[in-house]
Ligand binder design. Structure first.
Ligand SMILES: [Zn+2]
Length: 89
């Protein structure tokens, strides 16, 4: 089992990039546009940004990004680079 530095509190933690205490205290946020069918949830940590799906909150499904990576993604999203194709209604 790998040793990590918890990105919530900086303590050493085993197996995960965040310790159990910080996982419990983590306040993920989701978009105000989210419906009931699932959504992207985001946790802005002190060093990194964690993303998960409301439908699968298990650790293996979490993705962790650096601030630089997340900032680049958000800038692209605001620029319309990830917009969906038009859907027939
Ligand atoms: Zn911690």
């Amino acid at each position: 089992m790998s040793i990590y530095t918890c990105f919530g509190c900086g303590r050493e933690t085993k197996g995960h990039v965040m310790c159990d205490d910080c996982i419990k205290a983590a306040k993920f946020r989701k978009s105000s546009y989210c419906g009931n069918s699932g959504c992207v949830e985001v946790l802005i940590g002190p060093f990194e940004v964690t993303v998960r799906n409301t439908k699968d909150k298990t650790w293996g499904a979490w993705q962790v990004y650096t601030y630089d990576e997340w900032a680049a993604f958000i800038a692209g999203a605001k620029n319309g680079e990830f917009d969906l194709p038009e859907r027939a209604t």
